[in-house]
Ligand binder design. Structure first.
Ligand SMILES: [Zn+2]
Length: 187
């Protein structure tokens, strides 16, 4: 009975990932405990000694190291104007434009005068979508090509893919779906 349950959930999870349904839930079996819980996008929970979340439909750990890494990757000063980036608006702007909020405002103002602002926003969105798509595609290919009998993640969580997946077929389907999505974004 448990086997059946896993099969259905695993297939659903894979399907949701391919379809980009980030609101879908996933389930986990913890160690020898057969207790099974469902989590949805954005949920945060503790399992073992790690904190987990589901982001973009993918179960992942939230480590303190990640937060530290992000801090390191944002320099203290704006590379363009050399002013210290301390405003709350600097962080999201730096992530996308690699400059401070003021520099972005100035840059966008110039684009508006030139009349190329909308084009610029459109290109930016497309770029973000393509990056996201690339991440999803490589994750799915990873999953599709891992063992059919299940694998143990870094935290000892057993990820089961009961019933067996046709790796070749699934890889092909993932690549095709990604290709179509890419084409849609580029158009
Ligand atoms: Zn600046």
């Amino acid at each position: 009975m448990l086997k059946k349950e896993f099969k259905r959930k695993d297939v659903n999870r894979a399907r949701n990932l391919i379809m980009g349904k980030t609101g879908a839930s996933t389930s986990t079996q913890i160690g020898y405990n057969t207790k099974q819980e469902d989590y949805k996008e954005g949920d945060v929970w503790t399992e073992g000694r790690k904190t987990w979340t589901i982001k973009n439909g993918i179960k992942q750990t939230i480590s303190k190291l990640d937060a530290i890494k992000k801090e390191i990757f944002m320099p203290l000063c704006c590379p363009k104007c050399n002013k210290v980036m301390k405003s709350q608006l600097d962080k999201p702007n730096y992530k996308i434009y690699k400059k401070c909020h003021n520099c972005v405002v100035e840059y966008e103002h110039k684009l508006k005068i030139k009349g190329t602002y909308n084009k610029h926003i459109k290109a930016l969105k497309a770029k973000n979508n393509l990056e996201y798509l690339k991440e999803i595609e490589s994750y799915l290919l990873d999953v599709a090509n891992s063992s059919n009998s299940g694998y143990i993640s870094e935290d000892g969580v057993i990820e089961r893919w009961v019933g067996g997946i046709n790796k070749k077929k699934m890889s092909k389907e993932i690549k095709q779906a990604a290709k179509q999505a890419r084409k849609k974004i580029n158009d």
